[in-house]
Design a protein around this ligand. Structure first.
Ligand SMILES: [Fe+2]
Length: 292
């Protein structure tokens, strides 16, 4: 059984222009419990310095609306920004949750980064690992976890009332879909995940994880199932699995790695924590040379 889609939660999107990421706060009105989805810790790759300007905007919104944060959710281990989940948890409370298949991603990248032997592969860096189809509550709001692999093997979407936070599956209709060429990614799998989301009622609100607006268009990150089925340039009704896989594979071969992939992944598989400090008290991020 699906969640109570008649409920219309309030959704605030906060766009980070440095990484094209949207952080969402979903709640049921001022004073209610809330979830934060896909937060951003600002990171300057030139200096190796982090800042909390983006996360502080989320905190300001939460405090201005007197929200009680119950969940800090990730749709996946992002490759283009560091998560601010631990910082937000310290400031606002809440439990950090992610899809249970994060353990597969941890296994791959523990090897890639040759992480310390004590790095755990059981996802226990997170407060909660969601199973496929798991139901949970954000106060009065009912939520359900959809497994939507393809961009990564561990991608999850969160269905809350009439809204779905789709993570990196689809983008806005004029942008298309997420890439599938990271370790464990698969275009055929993404196609199935997208079709699963697009089988929901047409009026279902869909909230994108990113927007990369074409020239001349304002940033937008909310659409509907009906709009995606009619107009999404990669997955509108009528595009077959074979057509999608061919397009996605060709396109992925042309894409550069995201600027922040190396710092992001090694932090995000630790639920947003920096690696353990070395003897001098400093945390170091690794760059595997000629390994990716
Ligand atoms: Fe992503």
């Amino acid at each position: 059984m699906s969640v109570a889609t008649a409920v219309r939660p309030q959704v605030q999107g906060l766009f980070d222009p440095a990484t094209w990421t949207v952080t969402y706060v979903v709640h049921n009105g001022p004073g209610s419990p809330a979830a934060i989805i896909d937060s951003v810790l600002d990171y300057d790759p030139k200096s190796g310095r982090t800042r909390t300007a983006s996360a502080d905007k989320v905190i300001d919104y939460v405090r201005a609306n007197e929200l009680k944060v119950e969940w800090i959710l990730e749709t996946h281990a992002h490759a283009d920004h560091l998560s601010a989940a631990p910082y937000l948890k310290k400031q606002l409370g809440g439990r950090i949750g992610i899809g249970g298949r994060i353990t597969q991603v941890q296994k791959v990248f523990k090897a890639v980064f040759h992480l310390e032997p004590g790095f755990r592969l059981d996802g226990s860096q997170f407060d909660h690992l969601f199973q496929e189809g798991e139901r949970f509550r954000i106060g009065e709001l009912e939520a359900e976890v959809l497994y939507v692999p393809g961009h990564t093997p561990a991608c999850a979407a969160y269905h809350v009332g009439d809204a779905v936070f789709v993570g990196d599956t689809m983008f806005m209709p004029d942008v298309g879909t997420a890439r599938c060429d990271f370790p464990g990614g698969d275009a055929k799998t993404l196609y199935a995940s997208v079709k699963q989301i697009l089988s929901l009622p047409g009026e279902t609100r869909l909230f994108m994880c990113h927007d990369y607006p074409p020239e001349g268009r304002e940033v937008r990150f909310e659409t509907t199932v009906a709009e995606q089925r009619a107009r999404n340039i990669h997955v509108h009704d009528g595009i077959s699995e074979a057509q999608f896989v061919e397009m996605r594979t060709k396109r992925d071969a042309t894409l550069d790695m995201p600027v922040l992939i190396l710092p992001s992944v090694q932090v995000n598989i630790r639920a947003g924590e920096l690696p353990p400090p070395e003897a001098n008290g400093v945390s170091y991020l690794k760059i595997p040379v000629n390994a990716l």
